[in-house]
Design a protein around this ligand. Structure first.
Ligand code: PLP
Length: 243
């Protein structure tokens, strides 16, 4: 995957998403494709933009804020990487969605900053679906409490859940995790917690987005499949080491 031009790759991923939706009886309009542009230079993002991409994902605050002013204003930026509290002020008000909220202290900082700016920050709670030691995110057991606590904060809207499944060659191996996250979102949605929705399920990357869409993803985060391989000297996706 990710071997053609950016336009060809983007069209291929979009076609795969449509086909997965068809198999699952879903409306393709429910699925947002986020072009994960981390480590890639701005001209490549512009190429993706020209091919129709409007949602871009970055995992580092510095990189996001560097690229943002160089791209058209109608781009929706997604913060998908681990977020440190001292960097919250640079992303609130500048991003469409913060995918990676995994602690109450982080949610509180986002809330404070949002109130200060007079905006509402849309967030997802990151769940460590496979219980991997090396990954961020709360366990399923901890997620409900974090959702309730975050929902009670001013300036924050809990819109759903995010997961980074294990790295696999074959996406099929992650189906169980996507299914579990979807079920958890349905369960949370049924609790009628004030000020939350469970409309957004951010799950699926290059290796497993087709399976994720079949299992109900509304937001796939695809990097390699659009922009090609990244320089492998960087840290692995969503991992604690090398942050
Ligand atoms: C890098 C990254 C992705 C995209 O990974 P690919 O395998 O290149 O598609 C998705 N989500 C997060 C959180 C990432 O850091």
């Amino acid at each position: 995957m990710g071997k053609g031009s950016i336009r060809e790759n983007l069209e291929e991923v979009q076609a795969q998403i449509r086909a997965a939706c068809e198999r699952a009886g879903r409306d393709p309009g429910e699925v947002t494709l986020i072009a994960v542009s981390k480590t890639k230079p701005v001209p490549m993002l512009q190429e993706a933009y020209q091919a129709g991409a409007r949602d871009f994902g970055e995992n580092k605050v510095q990189e996001l804020t560097d690229k943002q002013p160089q791209m058209p204003r109608d781009v929706r930026w997604h913060m998908i990487g681990h977020l440190q509290r001292n960097k919250v002020k640079y992303v609130v008000g500048k991003t469409a969605l913060i995918h990676s909220v995994d602690s109450l202290r982080l949610a509180e900082e986002i809330s404070r900053e949002a109130v200060k700016q007079g905006v509402t920050a849309d967030i997802l709670v990151e769940v460590n679906v496979a219980g991997e030691e090396s990954k961020f995110g709360v366990s399923f057991g901890e997620a409900e409490e974090l959702i309730r606590q975050a929902a009670a904060l001013p300036g924050i809207r809990v819109c759903g859940l995010m997961a980074i499944a294990p790295y696999v060659e074959n996406g099929e191996a992650n189906r169980q995790y996507f299914r579990a996250l979807k079920q958890f979102a349905v369960d949370m949605g049924a609790k009628n917690i004030d000020n939350i929705s469970m409309n957004v399920l951010s799950m699926g990357m290059t290796g497993d987005y087709v399976t994720a869409v079949e299992e109900g993803s509304t937001c796939v985060r695809v990097g390699t499949g659009i922009f090609g391989e990244r320089d492998s000297s960087g840290q692995q996706t969503g991992q604690k080491a090398g942050r």
